[in-house]
Design a protein around this ligand. Sequence first.
Ligand code: UT7
Length: 383
Amino acid sequence: MRYAHITGWGAYVPPRVVTNDELSHVVDTTDEWITERTGIKTRHIAGADDHTSTMAIKAGREALKVANLDPAKLELVICATSTPDYLMPNTASLIQDGLGASHAGAFDLNAACSGFVYALTVGTAMLRSGLYRNALVIGAEAMSRVMDWTDRTTCVLFGDGAGAVVLEARDEPGGVMSCRLGSDGSGAEFLKVPLGTRIPIHPLNMVNGNGPTMKMAGNEVFRFATKTMNQVTRQVAADAGIAVDDIDLIIPHQANQRILATAAKQLDYPLERIYSNLERLGNTSAASVPLAMIDALNEGRLHAGDHLMMIGFGGGLTWGACLVQWTYSPADRRWSPYKRARQALRLALAGPRSWAGRIERRLDFWELRRRRADRRRDRGNPT
Ligand code: UT7
């Protein structure tokens, strides 16, 4: 039996911090309302040079360093995002290129705020099946790019960032132990960014509130979120054969402190053991669970052997949870200076390698054209 262990992690949030007070100059809101109704105080907002892929590359680099994994040995990049750089190409391929992961397959996965839990489940299944030996699983979002900055009911909630984990297949039990995913498309209208083939890109579609900005029926999503957290936590704990109280730490999607408090009551579980960094980062959609996991780790709240429940819920409507038995041990992290230097070199060479690839492709194209022109000329002037 193979197990999928989390052996590396990395986080990136853009440096620009936006406070509630600052937002009160943008929309009709107050620090009191946002703090009381959501628990959010600040969020990080992407600068002009921050994109979903660039933030994910920064998080991914850190994760590879922690895992001591050479980017050339990475086999799979899965990027959970609902704010891709482009509709096409996929963001994961940009990340694969940016990391110099020259032997990795790459794909995006969109399950909105549940995206990371979905991606972790898919990555785990790939490793457990024996098809892949490792995967980089990322949740990355540039939510600020799809906000309607005149809509106080949404723009105060979201932030930007990326969190990544390296999954590696090992024989020792532990890591991602059990997962469940769910979906109810009848609630699709409650949370959406209306950009896609149903709404062809046309200037008229960008005006009168029809632009590709987020629309959310907050109350509906709130009700769904509290019900879901309760149900999925109980299900996944039962699947893993443990009691809810045996979960050492719950890392939920960071949407609203009141959702976490309600879930704690419904689960009869201490709120102190439901991790929250909402106050500082707001709701970063698919990035929120890995960012919270990494913050919890840095605060010393995760120890080898702990049972950790990661929970996602959001647009779709989608939800999911993964029970992880944390197996991190400092002894795992030893790596020779030679290997470390080789990894640093590979990461540093990712950019030049990408440019070399582009130039090589252009040269190939010119050569092809030159040969075609030669052939045409030869046919026209038979000797
Ligand atoms: O990540 C995906 C999952 N997302 C979620 O889980 C979000 C779930 N929903 C929520 O977190 C909450 O529903 C919100 C934070 C979005 C809204 O909180 P609420 O307590 O449900 O507020 P509400 O929508 O019921 O609105 C109450 C009042 C309204 O005013 P009236 O109609 O009573 O006069 C809103 O217009 O609060 C008003 N309001 C605001 N006031 C000041 C809404 N947004 C704001 C604001 N500042 N930013």
